[in-house]
Design a protein around this ligand. Structure first.
Ligand code: NAD
Ligand code: MLT
Length: 541
């Protein structure tokens, strides 16, 4: 019996199957073109699913995900995957963003040339015994202004090639810096309108998101130069197709070319009847190299994630532990354990979790998020929330879904970075506020590289948080430690270590008794009746 089952819902290049075949722990099944109605009841039996654009991984499909942990997209666009729903369910969503970049770049260049010289119509004309050369008066690219909307992987590579044609290259991309664009020989405009007004040829290279849907409307086309050329090799849905059709028919635009459509295939589209528009059937990624690229990347990444190895292209994991420095990994781990301990010691309805990272090292290790997350926390905050919620939430909590669970439960999460907190540096401090109490938990990593919990409320301690503990709070009176030792011995529970800390002689004390066996509720009940004992819990950290 293999450990992992993968379902593939669209054809992949041979190289992808070769990678899967080489993994003795993996069983995969190819169900190319499977309908969502057939897919929905079986999805829960797979650890991972690999799709292309043919499968719409929507909320309905994700309503019963069972053991599904990974959605792998053999391509760039993730507009067919409900990433938020997957995240809420703790499922990693990954794509293969670099595999087909050059394929899409080269098709874009092909479409620009086709539209500028009307090459497809000229071909059709000659095949039909035509020789009317005046009909095919084109425009030259040299000296023209190319306006790139979205200066990402594809946009940048289009820019490099357009520069070599002697074009002036402009771009609009609100998420990149002007200097970055300049270093590629591209002038960045501040607004889309400016770009449209200055470009002879406009080419789209943004993802389809709520923000970019219908980016190019009738009003935007009106801003474009008369006689401009328009190219879309990115996504249908970025353009209002009816407006594009009108602009081509009226002669506002010289010509256009598109590889992508609002509805694919565009069976009922009005675009098909327009002769200064050139159409391709979403083949931007379709080169041997492009298909091999995405298949290899997605299969390798899915296997890496299944085996718990580092993977690069997840779009909804806020960070990757393996990519943190070893020092930061230790802080990350102790933050998770700090959250876990706090989660089990907390009483009352949780209202707020406040994480403070104290120390310069946290500024130096600031993690930039690779994707647009609604929760732009640092890894330590994700770790603390995840650890904390494990004991409140019955569903499996992961670093991906933990912030959603917190939000759903009305828990306000904040994080702060400071140089020093109460004279402490290089500490992670978690404050838990409930309707009954507010408690501060503190952790650090000692020079021996081992993480410690060093504060629980007013108590100072030195606890290596790993394993099972009997925790109790009591009034510091003689005999209690002896009583607890005798009781555990009576129940055959071995004590490995004992951490006791008190506020003052005869004041309150807390203890963490490191035990080798779980402690039953009956033992806890017996202990809680003993004079001087205020609270007893069994903890797993
Ligand atoms: P990318 O993420 O590298 O680049 C996208 C760029 O768009 C980013 O720089 C981003 O900052 C920018 N952007 C986001 N919102 C924007 C907005 N409102 N206005 C302007 N810019 C904005 O993606 P990529 O790999 O370059 O892919 C670009 C597009 O091409 C995607 O839609 C992808 O799905 C599509 N694609 C299509 C094919 C095809 O077969 N036709 C093949 C590959 C990729
Ligand atoms: C992509 O987003 O990678 C391309 O559109 C190709 C595809 O959908 O397969």
């Amino acid at each position: 019996m293999k450990n992992f089952k993968i379902l593939i819902t669209d054809h992949l290049a041979e190289e992808g199957y070769r990678i899967l075949n080489a993994d003795s722990e993996v069983d995969y099944e190819l169900r190319a073109g499977i309908k969502n109605s057939e897919l929905k009841p079986i999805l829960k039996d797979y650890d991972a699913i690999i799709t292309r654009s043919g499968t719409t991984v929507d909320k309905d499909l994700l309503s019963d995900t069972g053991k599904l942990r990974i959605i792998g997209r053999a391509g760039v666009g993730l507009d067919n995957v409900d990433i938020e729903e997957a995240s809420k369910r703790g499922i990693i969503v990954m794509n293969a963003p670099t595999g087909n970049t050059l394929a899409a770049v080269e098709l874009t260049l092909g479409l620009i040339l086709s539209a500028a010289r009307k090459i497809p119509s000229a071909d059709f004309h000659v095949r039909n015994d035509g020789w009317d050369r005046k009909r095919f008066l084109g425009v030259q690219l040299y000296g023209k202004a190319l306006g790139i909307v979205g200066l990402g992987r594809i946009g940048r590579n289009v820019a490099v090639r357009a520069n070599s044609f002697g074009m002036r290259v402009f771009a609009y991309d609100p998420y990149i810096k002007a200097e970055t664009a300049e270093s590629m020989g591209v002038t960045l405009f501040k607004t889309l309108d400016e770009l449209l007004a200055h470009s002879d040829i406009v080419t789209l290279h943004t993802p389809l998101t709520a923000e970019t849907k219908n980016l190019i409307t009738r009003e935007k086309i009106a801003i474009m130069k008369d006689g401009a050329i328009f190219i879309n090799c990115a996504r249908g849905g970025l353009v209002e197709e009816s407006a594009l059709a009108e602009a081509l028919k009226s002669g506002k635009l010289f010509s256009a070319a598109t590889d992508v459509y609002e509805e694919e295939p565009p069976i009922h589209s009005a675009l098909k009847s327009i002769d200064n528009l050139f159409l391709t059937p979403h083949i931007g990624a379709n080169t041997e190299e492009g298909q091999k690229g995405v298949a290899v990347i997605v299969c390798e990444q899915v296997l890496n994630a299944l085996h718990g190895r580092a993977y690069q292209f997840a779009v909804n994991t806020p960070f990757e532990r393996n990519r943190l420095s070893p020092d930061m990994q230790r802080f990350f781990d102790v933050s998770e354990r700090l959250g876990r301990l706090a989660g089990q010691l907390t009483n009352g309805r949780v209202q707020e979790l406040r994480l403070i990272m104290a120390g310069k090292r946290f500024n130096d290790s600031f993690v930039e998020h690779a994707f647009d997350s609604p929760f732009n926390y640092q890894p330590f905050t994700f770790a603390a929330i995840k650890g904390f919620l494990e004991f409140f939430v019955h569903e499996a909590v992961s670093f991906i879904n933990a912030p959603y669970f917190a939000k759903d439960r009305g828990i306000v999460v904040t994080e702060t970075k400071v140089q020093e907190y109460n004279k402490m540096s290089d500490h992670v401090i978690l404050t838990v506020k409930t309707d009954e109490e507010e408690t501060v938990y503190t952790a650090t990593v000692f020079s021996d590289g081992v993480g410690r919990i060093v504060g629980v409320g007013p108590f100072r301690l030195d606890l290596i948080p790993s394993g099972m503990y009997l925790y109790f709070r009591n009034v510091d009176t003689p005999g209690i430690v002896g009583y607890v030792g005798t009781l555990l011995g009576k129940h055959n529970i071995n004590i490995a270590n004992f951490e006791l800390t008190r506020l003052s002689p005869n004041g309150e004390a807390i203890s963490f008794v490191y035990v080798d066996e779980p402690i039953t509720q009956a033992v806890l009940d017996e202990m809680s009746g003993y004079p001087g004992i205020i609270e007893v819990k069994f903890l797993k950290v």
